[in-house]
Design a protein around this ligand. Structure first.
Ligand code: ATP
Ligand code: MG
Length: 145
């Protein structure tokens, strides 16, 4: 199941995340793809808001690979893999276990390769268009067990 949405501002992209939040349950993993400045963090900010976490708390986890936001309907774990260099760092994060307790949103998911294989995931691809236009493709999938 895929869906394509065009947005024209950061707030519109956040709103897409906010709507998606209502459909999520514990154990859901969001894989976010898109270039620098595509709007992945903006999307996660909306996600946080939709889960009932203060959106102001959400920024790219620059100095830590993972940030945790509590106080909402479900805990939100926010990971940014942009700076990850050694694939062994993935394993040290223990993402598989973290994912069970709440919602896990991963920026630069392409860096994961085949290391994380969630049984259920939502993929979010954000593509730059002209100016402030972004195309967001969301899809969900169940991997064969
Ligand atoms: N339609 C739009 N959706 C989202 N962001 C937009 C849009 N139009 C303009 N922007 C701007 O693009 C930037 C998106 O930044 P954001 O940090 O969310 O990107 P990112 O994909 O997380 O990048 P990074 O890979 O560096 O983490 C912001 O400065 C935002 O204001
Ligand atoms: Mg970001």
């Amino acid at each position: 199941m895929t869906r394509t949405i065009t947005t024209h501002s950061e707030d519109e992209t956040a709103a897409v995340g906010r709507e998606l939040a209502a459909t999520l349950s514990a154990g859901d993993v969001l894989l976010l793809y898109g270039d620098l400045g595509a709007g992945k963090t903006a999307f996660v900010r909306g996600l946080a808001e939709g889960l009932g976490v203060e959106r102001d708390e959400v920024s790219s986890p620059t100095f830590t690979l993972i940030q945790e936001y509590r106080g909402g309907r479900l805990p939100l774990f926010h990971v940014d893999l942009y700076r990850i260099e050694d694939p062994r760092e993935f394993d040290e994060l223990g993402l598989d276990e973290i994912a069970e307790d709440g919602v896990l949103a991963i920026e630069w998911a392409e860096k994961l390769a085949a290391r994380l294989q969630p049984s259920r995931y939502v993929s979010v691809h954000i593509e730059h268009g002209d100016g402030d236009t972004r195309t967001i493709l969301t899809g969900s999938s169940a991997l064969p067990s």
